[in-house]
Design a protein around this ligand. Structure first.
Ligand SMILES: Nc1ncnc2c1ncn2[C@@H]1O[C@H](COP(=O)(O)OP(=O)(O)OP(=O)(O)O)[C@@H](O)[C@H]1O
Ligand SMILES: [Mg+2]
Length: 273
């Protein structure tokens, strides 16, 4: 089963060279899929193409088998998908937080009598209870990212995109965001995470690694994040445990398996004899 399918998609901005070239991927329902790539590798471009925020010139994109370029494709996709943008300032349309979330609710034809409850519950989910009347311009960067997440949670879309949505959050905020995303997955939402940071994607069900305009590999978090050569190729930081595994190997010490986390590394070292 697939929710999103991209087939032979290429894209270039005007007078520019190809940003993505002939990429194919599918995203499964009820899973967290991460798109991992270094700065400028085309992650946001891919998301913008899926959401029809950029014109799709080459290739096809389907959401639940609905062709993005069909007559009602864009309308359908906007109904199914919600996104927290990389820069939360691009997200808001009203100066006051509550009004901003209510604007989205009105657009989705949710009855006005339910708006206040929806706002309250969405703000609770991102630890911003009581912020209803706050001017968005007075929020910190991390608070804005959480406010933007509240805006899409209120709409209850089935497919949620988080484009570096935790980049301005402190370590606790990042942990909270990860927990929230896992909770959403447990509610059967389809999640697409975009990041250049391995810590953000380690709990993903599947990672798509992009580099040089192409998908260079995809698989489970373990498969992709322990693939030392591919990560180097893509200019992505190597997980600490994988680095130690490689260093030990060079010194002639072979652990039974390549660990992904510090705990696994400790266990492998413990088992050395
Ligand atoms: N509107 C635009 N016009 C021309 N070039 C653009 C435009 N937007 C992005 N690009 C270029 O396309 C490439 C891919 O950009 P994109 O924003 O998709 O990368 P990204 O992987 O999301 O990067 P980051 O990790 O920094 O967010 C970059 O080289 C960027 O400069
Ligand atoms: Mg980006």
């Amino acid at each position: 089963m697939t929710v999103i399918r991209a087939s032979d998609v290429s894209f270039q901005y005007r007078e520019n060279k190809k940003i993505i070239e002939n990429i194919n991927f599918s995203i499964e329902p009820g899973k967290i899929t991460a798109i991992l790539g270094k700065n400028g590798s085309g992650k946001t471009t891919i998301i913008r193409l899926i959401l029809a925020l950029l014109p799709l010139n080459e290739g096809k994109i389907y959401i639940n088998n609905v062709d993005l370029q069909s007559k009602d494709g864009i309308k359908y996709i906007r109904k199914q998908c919600g996104i927290v943008f990389q820069n939360p300032d691009n997200q808001f349309v009203s100066p006051i937080l509550e009004d901003d979330i209510k604007f989205g609710l009105s657009n989705h034809c949710i009855p006005e009598s339910l708006h206040s409850d929806c706002v309250k519950s969405a703000l609770e989910k991102v630890n911003l209870s009581g912020f209803e009347k706050r001017k968005i311009s007075t929020l910190s960067g991390g608070q804005k990212q959480r406010a933007a997440a509240a805006g899409i949670l209120a709409l209850d879309n089935n497919i949620l995109f988080f484009d570096e949505a935790g980049s301005m959050l402190d370590p606790n905020g990042k942990i909270e965001l990860r927990k929230l995303i896992e909770k959403l997955r447990n509610q059967n939402k389809t999640i697409v995470l975009v990041s250049q940071n391995i810590d953000d994607v380690i709990t993903a069900d599947r990672i798509i690694l992009i580099s040089g305009h192409k998908i260079i590999c995809s698989g489970s978090a373990r498969e992709v994040l322990t693939d030392y050569e591919k990560l180097i190729d893509a200019g992505i930081q190597i997980p600490f445990a994988v680095r130690v595994y490689k260093d030990l190997l060079q010194k002639g010490i072979k652990l039974k398996k390549c660990p992904l986390t510090i705990d696994e590394l400790a266990e492998e070292l413990w088992n050395l004899n």
